[in-house]
Design a protein around this ligand. Structure first.
Ligand SMILES: [Ca+2]
Ligand SMILES: [Ca+2]
Length: 464
């Protein structure tokens, strides 16, 4: 991971200075010239005489300079340059085929992972689970957005719509009491030891997403497109009490007190986030990136989102076929006897692998795609609804199974697939093919997540 991040940093620095020296327009100009030269070349191949070639090339050059097309179908020339940049902290996972199904004995006789061949399109994936500190960036962004709203720091955009004015400052630690801003803190009668602490129940992330699946149904043809805009308001602070709730007759209160907030755990995976919170994080990350790219006038990526359970398994296997673990298999130790992941090894020796609870998200060795902790540490939310027999009916092309159950529907329909197993699981549950689930609204001390974004294009090597 460190090498990948170093390479990305070097690339960003070189790109920064290139744009400073030559400017972005120069890049576009060079691209347009290259494009025109290519088109001219193609046209030339169809001509028999040298003079004919020279005449056409000259004509295209002259016509190109005047911004015309000389009557030729050559496509729009002033298109943005698309040079995919791997988002910081992500790695590329190329398109390929995967044989889903158990990598070893079905010890529970669950019969929920029938072997099947599927194809998955390439994507970028976070090389580690989302960490506490990364998630904190989201929490603080939402805190600031609520603060700005309470202080009425708003402005109108070009369309006349009211939006937050991010240029204004919030004095979170101001000496004078601010009645408006104080609404975000616990009221005095609910403070512990008189401490002025943020009330997590006030931190809601409000966002919209577009239901393309609904819009694509034939029965919905011609409907008002705004009827497919879905609005969500998600409380986003992690449930820190999960550490106490998850284990009875067990003392884990220090983790409740410190896991999300103490710098000791900054680089550890965020846990205690339910499926809706993970989804809200992805929506925020998409918007955060898009706002930045739009301001720079650069093309966007596809959205950040949770992986389907199939994408997750494909990535976890790291290109290895029919192997139980991301590093291959069938053992959980390497040839030197070192355990290769954070879980509950042996007969229940939690710390034997070096990790008691969770460990740093970049601990141990990555798999062949550069992904860390695809086995163990924190189990990970996927976008997929959990159906025992899903493998029997999902498509073999980018399989995807989503279902957003309403409040009054069966609890069974509210299950989401989680993958990879965690620090509290035995070896079977950290295998690539082992399926498991949690209710979407449950926050657990052993479930976190990581994001992916579909790669736009055929393969990352095409642009090199
Ligand atoms: Ca462990
Ligand atoms: Ca994991």
């Amino acid at each position: 991971m460190k090498m990948n991040r170093l390479k990305q940093k070097i690339f960003l620095i070189v790109r920064f200075f290139w744009e400073k020296i030559f400017g972005k327009t120069k890049n576009i100009y060079i691209y347009a010239l290259q494009n025109r030269a290519k088109q001219a070349n193609n046209n030339m191949k169809n001509l028999n005489s040298f003079f004919g070639k020279a005449a056409i090339a000259a004509t295209l050059f002259v016509a190109g300079c005047s911004g015309g097309y000389n009557g030729q179908l050559i496509g729009e020339l002033d298109r943005p340059r698309w040079n995919p940049i791997t988002p910081y902290g992500m790695v590329f996972v190329p398109s390929g085929v995967l044989h889903i199904g158990p990598g070893d004995q079905d010890v529970n006789s669950a019969y929920n992972s029938k072997a099947k061949q599927i194809s998955v399109v390439g994507f970028y994936m976070d090389d580690t689970e989302i960490t506490n500190n990364e998630y904190r960036q989201f929490v603080n962004w939402v805190r600031d957005s609520v603060g700005h709203t309470l202080l009425e720091h708003t402005t109108e955009n070009d369309a006349g719509k009211t939006q937050i004015d991010w240029k204004q400052k919030i004095e979170w630690n101001g000496k004078e009491a601010n009645e408006q801003l104080d609404q975000i803190y616990y009221p005095e009668n609910q403070r512990i030891w008189g401490r002025k602490e943020l009330d997590p129940n006030k931190l809601h992330y409000v966002y919209e997403w577009y239901d393309l699946k609904g819009a694509s149904l034939t029965k919905n043809r011609g409907k008002d497109r705004t009827s497919f805009i879905k609005k969500e308001a998600t409380p986003i602070y992690p449930d820190t009490l999960c550490w106490v709730r998850d284990f009875t007759y067990s003392y884990n209160e220090p983790m409740t007190r410190h896991y999300f907030s103490h710098p000791a755990f900054d680089d550890y995976p965020v846990v205690g986030v339910n499926w809706f919170q993970a989804k809200a994080f992805c929506a925020w990350r998409t918007r955060f990136w898009e706002d930045y790219k739009t301001a720079k006038g650069e093309p966007l990526l596809d959205e950040f989102r949770l992986p389907t359970e199939f994408e997750w398994e494909y990535a976890a296997r790291g290109g290895k076929k029919n192997q139980p673990y991301p590093w291959g298999g069938p053992y959980v130790r390497n040839s030197k006897g070192c355990i290769l992941a954070n879980f509950k090894p042996g007969r229940g020796n939690y710390p034997e692998d070096g990790g008691f609870y969770t460990v740093r998200a970049d601990a141990y060795w990555p798999n062949d795609y550069g992904l860390y902790n695809m086995a163990g540490n924190a189990s990970e939310w996927t976008s997929s609804a959990f159906y025992e027999n899903a493998y029997s009916f999902v498509h073999d092309l980018n399989p995807d199974i989503r279902y957003d159950a309403e409040g009054n529907e069966s609890e069974t329909l509210k299950r989401k697939s989680i993958r990879g197993g965690s620090w509290k699981d035995i070896g079977y549950y950290i295998q690539c093919g082992t399926r498991n689930w949690e209710y979407a609204d449950s926050a657990k001390s052993y479930v976190g997540f990581r994001c992916i974004t579909t790669f736009l294009g055929r393969d990352i090597m095409d642009s090199k």
